[in-house]
Design a protein around this ligand. Structure first.
Ligand SMILES: [Zn+2]
Length: 184
């Protein structure tokens, strides 16, 4: 799944809370955006392993959400949204393809690393690869509620992220030809 799809999932996840507590909407949205992007920082380390916690991340998300419920504040709400969004990102990576650049010729059997069991989870390929047409469709469907619920700069971020997603989808398969060997 595209980084932007992960961001939209996080935003839709916190949207009902943002509707119920409008004064927390901005920290919730910022937390969801950061959490949706954060795991993929491990691209420079062991991608889909170092910062991806598809199983253990649930404990972090539940703890942070409990703390936010007991002591609601912009800070605790933002942290909870970030933890939940990062966990869902890692868990949903198992539903996509592997991290390879060209999954149509060279599919991988490693979707995301399960630190609890100490092994890789295999890709389900519901979304065959990041930037696949079904990925763009999912991103577009999620962007609608995110755009409706949030306002101001967050709404602008949603619109720009959707435009980037659709542009990326259009060139995704050609990217493999353009990417130098060493970068893949
Ligand atoms: Zn990821």
């Amino acid at each position: 799944m595209m980084a932007t799809t992960h961001v939209f999932v996080g935003l839709v996840l916190v949207a009902p809370v943002a509707v119920a507590a409008p004064d927390l909407a901005t920290p919730l949205a910022v937390g969801a955006i950061v959490g949706g992007l954060l795991p993929d920082v491990d691209l420079v380390l062991t991608h889909r392993k170092t910062f991806h916690f598809p199983v253990l991340g649930a404990a972090g998300a539940v703890s942070a959400a409990t703390l936010a419920a007991v002591a609601p504040s912009p800070f605790t709400a933002g942290i909870a949204a970030c933890a939940a969004s990062a966990w869902i990102h890692a868990a949903s990576d198992a539903l996509g393809g592997g991290p390879e650049m060209d999954p149509w010729t060279n599919p991988s059997d490693r979707a995301v690393y399960d630190h609890a069991r100490g092994r890789w989870i295999r890709p389900r390929r519901w979304i065959r690869y990041d930037g696949a047409p079904e990925d763009a469709l999912l991103a577009s469907a999620l962007a609608v509620p995110a755009f409706v619920v949030f306002s101001g700069p967050i709404r602008t971020v949603v619109a720009v992220a959707l435009a980037v997603s659709l542009g990326y989808t259009l060139v995704r398969r050609r990217l493999v030809e353009w990417t130098p060997e060493w970068l893949e």
